[in-house]
Ligand binder design. Structure first.
Ligand SMILES: *[C@@H]1O[C@H](CO)[C@@H](O)[C@H](O)[C@H]1NC(C)=O
Ligand SMILES: *[C@@H]1O[C@H](CO)[C@@H](O)[C@H](O)[C@H]1NC(C)=O
Ligand SMILES: *[C@@H]1O[C@H](CO)[C@@H](O)[C@H](O)[C@H]1NC(C)=O
Ligand SMILES: *[C@@H]1O[C@H](CO)[C@@H](O)[C@H](O)[C@H]1NC(C)=O
Ligand SMILES: *[C@@H]1O[C@H](CO)[C@@H](O)[C@H](O)[C@H]1NC(C)=O
Ligand SMILES: *[C@@H]1O[C@H](CO)[C@@H](O)[C@H](O)[C@H]1NC(C)=O
Ligand SMILES: *[C@@H]1O[C@H](CO)[C@@H](O)[C@H](O)[C@H]1NC(C)=O
Ligand SMILES: *[C@@H]1O[C@H](CO)[C@@H](O)[C@H](O)[C@H]1NC(C)=O
Ligand SMILES: *[C@@H]1O[C@H](CO)[C@@H](O)[C@H](O)[C@H]1NC(C)=O
Length: 897
């Protein structure tokens, strides 16, 4: 009876306790709900939490036998508020999982009251602040995941000495600073540690690993850790996954890595400073699937038996100093053909030489990514390269590989990315490339590819970048590739030998950002359809033979930032419409035949930071605002009739008075010029007639009078480097003029001793090589007081590896006759008008020169381009005839007629 009563009283008491506690847990949970829901956040589950039923029936809540809450688990419930400190009152809690929510604010210190808590997962929220040191009171914790938040400060060092049952510690992807706490070495039950993506610095503590028999996974990737791996680490004999990439760690990898970490599945130390050889004992680790050693200083040979790693999927050895050559070093590729699961192979940027390893074509068809670039490997791409049908990305660039692109490449139908740039590939692009319909990026620039651009590149409907620049492609631009609407990033066909017009289909490139066609022989007008390329930001058509006016509709391409039309044959005025391209930052119109005024609207373009209008025939007033305020970003050289502008331009003023006076002076000099030219032409005609009359009779000339070539005989050839030095790298400051086929620089040769004029031929301009040859031919057989003296020539390679041709002439300090007849400025440096005597002397000099060319030269030479700008004036104002670029040497038969 007494027993029964006692039992009854005990039950009653327990019931009372449970009800009390029930209420307490309910209060804490309701406080949690109120804070966690945030501004109307939270979904369905929390709506069921209310007073009518006990908390044990609430969603996400689990109670124990005593009806106390032991687990609160609400992962991924869109909770967007804060974590209430009331949770600290759920004292029976063993598991708290609030991962994958939007909770913010601090982690409450009251969690330290949860002495029974074994599992705390707050990962993937936006908690901030420091980890409260009170957490170290949760001494039952086995699983602590705080990764992917915004936590900062130091990792509490007490963690290691109190949470002795911890098996999993995830602190990754936060902003922790300072050192890796040495105390973590005391977590003897630890199996998993991730400190990935923080800002930890210093070394890995020397005790870490010595007493962790169950440890499997260590991820400290992307911190600032330095020093060598401590030897204690190699006691982690159960380690399967090691990632210490993206740090500043150094040292060697021990040769017996297979004995240290016998269970290794994945080993990553990419982007550190490790050195020494890659231990061949890696080949004993038969469970290894991933070995990432890229971006270190590993040297020596790649272990030859890597193929023993049957499970290998990912091998990355790029950017090291590994060796291989024709004699030894490439065996590992043959061996890798046994790895039937290989997906990624990165070998680029090493000290590999020798022939392309042919056995690559026998690698597993599971291979998806292959990097081979940045090494001096040579030979050619094997014809059955198309065996690697699984390839999605091929990076084979910057090598010495030559020969043709094999036809079989068309079999790689899963390719999305193909880099074949900067090799020595030659021949035609195989038409099978048109079968690579998944291709998004195609890079073939910087090879010796030739022939027409295959029209069936137009089948590559996923393509968004195409770069075929710097090859020898010829023919016209196939309209098919302009009809690929997917091309969005850029289309670069520059520096080839493409000719013909720009097809109007260019207007189909409505997503294209950058169009680069520089350095070809494209001609005709810019098609009006280009205004449909509405997202174009960069348009480079420079160094071609485009002609006509600069189209007004370019003004419709509002996003344009860079427009380069330099070195074409555009004429007419610069359209005001360019002033409506509000984003325009760089505008280059130099070396065309543009005339008329500079549009004043250009000074309103606030983004414009570079303007080059040099070497045109622009006239009239230079604006003073905007880009025209700063000479550093403005070039107007070689436009003889500009006036006004800011004073630093040193242009003559445009005031009406000055203009009238100037124009009178100009008119007068024009009259005199026309008169002189008329006299010259008349005399020339007379002489031609005399010559023709004399020709009828046999002319006897003394043998000794024939002149020997002067060029080779008198002077050594001068090197590109000497010319470059003498012109300060062909600087704008040394520029003194522009000829039809090139530019002329003032140059100081042989340690300041000689000042010369260097005419550099623009070899990208068609006909300029012909012009160079014509001038060389003409000048090698002539020498006369009134002809411009050639000093030497230079036919060489410039420091970009392109052909370079230049002629070196005596320097004419007084410039061209044109400059005197049409003075650029009223600056009082020299008296800028010629006296009558001077004019007569000049006319006589010209006639002397012509008489010599037509009568005394054998064979006779016709200049064909006699005009004031080709008459140069020496220091004493005596005249020299120059620029023989289009001269003709009359052959025997021609000269008789
Ligand atoms: C925890 O419970 C105690 C006692 O019921 C109460 O006084 C306190 O306010 C609660 N703490 C929080 C943070 O709600
Ligand atoms: C944090 O821990 C300290 C010392 O153990 C204790 O005094 C304090 O009350 C704790 N804070 C909370 C909010 O539990
Ligand atoms: C690890 O624990 C031992 C014993 O508690 C202690 O003496 C030692 O200082 C701890 N090591 C570190 C690095 O905290
Ligand atoms: C390799 O992996 C298999 C399967 O996971 C496992 O059974 C075996 O023990 C592993 N071998 C080593 C040496 O860890
Ligand atoms: C692989 O392991 C065996 C047995 O432990 C050993 O004899 C051999 O030297 C190892 N191979 C390499 C390349 O280290
Ligand atoms: C690359 O290899 C060549 C010849 O094998 C050697 O002379 C050179 O020093 C090596 N360079 C580096 C950086 O190891
Ligand atoms: C190409 O990719 C598709 C889709 O991912 C895949 O199913 C197919 O097996 C791949 N082809 C080859 C030859 O690997
Ligand atoms: C390209 O694809 C077509 C159609 O699938 C096929 O007939 C042709 O043989 C392929 N060409 C190459 C070179 O793979
Ligand atoms: C513009 O064209 C000229 C002539 O081809 C070239 O030298 C210059 O580098 C080009 N500038 C830009 C920004 O494209």
């Amino acid at each position: 009876m007494a027993m029964a009563l006692a039992s009854f009283l005990l039950l009653l008491f327990l019931h009372f306790m449970a009800v009390q506690a029930d209420g307490e847990d309910a209060a804490a949970l309701l406080a949690f709900k109120a804070a966690a829901v945030g501004n109307g956040g939270g979904n369905g589950v929390l709506a069921s939490w209310n007073g009518s039923a006990g908390p044990c029936s609430w969603g996400g809540v689990t109670c124990g036998r005593h009806r106390r809450v032991v687990a609160l688990s609400l992962p991924g419930h869109d909770l967007s508020g804060t974590l209430s400190p009331a949770v600290g009152n759920l004292t029976w809690l063993r598991k708290l999982d609030l991962s994958y929510n939007w909770l913010h604010g601090g982690i409450p210190a009251s969690l330290g009251q949860l002495h029974r808590l074994r599992e705390l997962d707050l990962s993937f929220n936006t908690f901030s602040g420091e980890v409260p040191s009170n957490l170290t009171s949760c001494t039952s914790l086995e699983y602590l995941a705080l990764g992917s938040n915004k936590l900062a400060g130091h990792i509490p060092s007490e963690l290691g000495n109190t949470l002795t049952r911890l098996q999993v510690l995830g602190l990754d992807n936060n902003s922790f600073v300072g050192h890796w706490p040495a105390s973590l070495a005391n977590l003897t039950s630890l199996q998993y540690l991730s400190l990935r993506m923080n800002s930890l610095e210093g070394t890995i503590p020397p005790e870490f690993g010595s007493n962790m028999p169950s440890f499997h996974i260590l991820d400290v990737c992307s911190n600032n850790l330095s020093g060598a791996l401590p030897s204690s680490l190699y006691n982690l004999s159960s380690l399967t996954d090691f990632d210490a990439g993206n740090n500043k760690l150094n040292g060697n990898i021990p040769t017996d890595i297979d004995e240290k970490f016998p269970h290794l599945r994945s080993f990553a130390v990419f982007n550190n400073q490790f050195s020494g050889e890659i231990p061949s004992s890696f080949t004993n680790l038969t469970n290894l699937t991933s070995l990432q050693l890229s971006e270190n200083r590993f040297s020596g040979f790649v272990p030859r038996d890597l193929g023993r790693l049957n499970a290998l999927q990912n091998l990355q050895l790029g950017v090291n100093m590994l060796e291989a050559g024709d004699i030894k070093g490439w065996e590992f590729v043959e061996s890798l053909t046994n790895c039937s699961k290989l997906e990624t192979l990165v070998l680029s940027d090493n000290n590999f030489t020798g022939q392309f390893p042919i056995s690559i074509v026998n690698l597993s068809t599971t291979l998806q990514t292959l990097y081979l670039g940045g090494s001096r490997i040579s030979g050619s791409i094997p014809s059955d390269f198309g065996n690697l049908v699984g390839l999605r990305s091929l990076y084979l660039f910057s090598t010495d590989i030559s020969g043709v692109i094999p036809e079989s490449i068309g079999k790689l139908e899963n390719l999305t990315t193909l880099y074949l740039n900067n090799n020595s590939l030659s021949g035609h692009v195989p038409s099978s490339v048109g079968n690579l319909t998944n291709l998004m990026k195609l890079f073939m620039q910087g090879n010796n590819l030739e022939g027409p651009i295959p029209a069936n590149l137009g089948k590559l409907e996923s393509l968004n970048v195409l770069d075929l620049s710097r090859n020898h492609f010829n023919g016209s631009i196939p309209k098919e590739i302009l009809e690929l609407p997917s091309i969005s990033q850029y289309l670069n066909l520059s520096y080839n030998s493409l000719s013909g017009p720009l097809p109007s289909e260019v207007g189909s490139l409505t997503s294209l950002n950058e169009l680069v066609l520089s350095g070809n022989q494209l001609s005709g007008q810019i098609p009006s359809s280009i205004k449909n390329c509405i997202v174009l930001t960069v348009l480079l058509l420079d160094s071609n033979s485009f002609q006509g006016t600069i189209p007004v509709f370019l003004g419709d391409i509002k996003g344009l930032r860079v427009l380069n039309l330099t070195m074409n044959k555009f004429s007419g005025v610069i359209p005001d419409a360019l002033g409506s391209i509000h984003n325009l930052q760089e505008l280059y119109l130099a070396y065309n035949n543009l005339s008329g005024p500079i549009p004043a609207v250009l000074q309103n373009l606030t983004s414009l930071s570079m303007l080059d209008l040099s070497f045109n025939d622009l006239q009239g007033e230079v604006p003073k605002e905007g880009i025209f305020k700063n000479l550093s970003y403005l070039s107007l050289a070689g436009n003889s009739e500009l006036c006004g502008g800011i004073s630093h331009l040193n242009l003559p003023p445009c005031s009406t008075h000055a203009v009238r006076k100037r124009s009178k002076g100009w008119l007068r000099s024009l009259k005199i010029a026309l008169a002189s030219i008329a006299v010259v032409l008349f005399l020339a005609l007379v002489m031609v007639i005399i010559m023709l009359i004399r020709r009828r009779k046999p002319v006897h000339r003394k043998k000794g009078q024939s002149l020997t070539p002067v060029v080779e005989e008198q002077f050594e050839r001068v090197s590109y480097q000497e010319l470059s030095n003498g012109t300060k790298g062909f600087s704008q400051n040394s520029l003194i003029g522009k000829g039809g086929y090139g530019v002329v620089y003032k140059c100081t040769l042989f340690d300041e001793e000689i000042i010369v004029a260097v005419k550099v031929f623009n070899l990208e301009q068609s006909g300029s090589t012909r012009s160079f040859v014509a001038e060389c031919e003409a000048l090698r057989s002539v020498r006369h007081r009134c002809l411009l003296k050639i000093i030497t020539c230079c036919s060489s390679i410039n420091n970009q590896g392109q052909d370079f041709k230049a002629l070196v002439f005596e320097f004419m300090p007084n410039g061209s006759l044109n400059g005197w007849l049409h003075p650029k400025s009223d600056m009082p440096i020299v008296d800028n008008t010629l006296s009558l005597t001077q004019r007569l002397d000049i006319a006589v000099d010209i006639v002397d020169a012509l008489e010599y060319l037509h009568i005394h030269c054998q064979p006779p030479i016709v200049h064909c381009d006699l005009k004031p700008s080709n008459i140069l004036l020496a220091e004493d104002m005596s005249a020299r005839v120059g620029d023989f670029g289009i001269s003709r040497i009359l052959t025997e038969s021609a000269s008789k007629t």
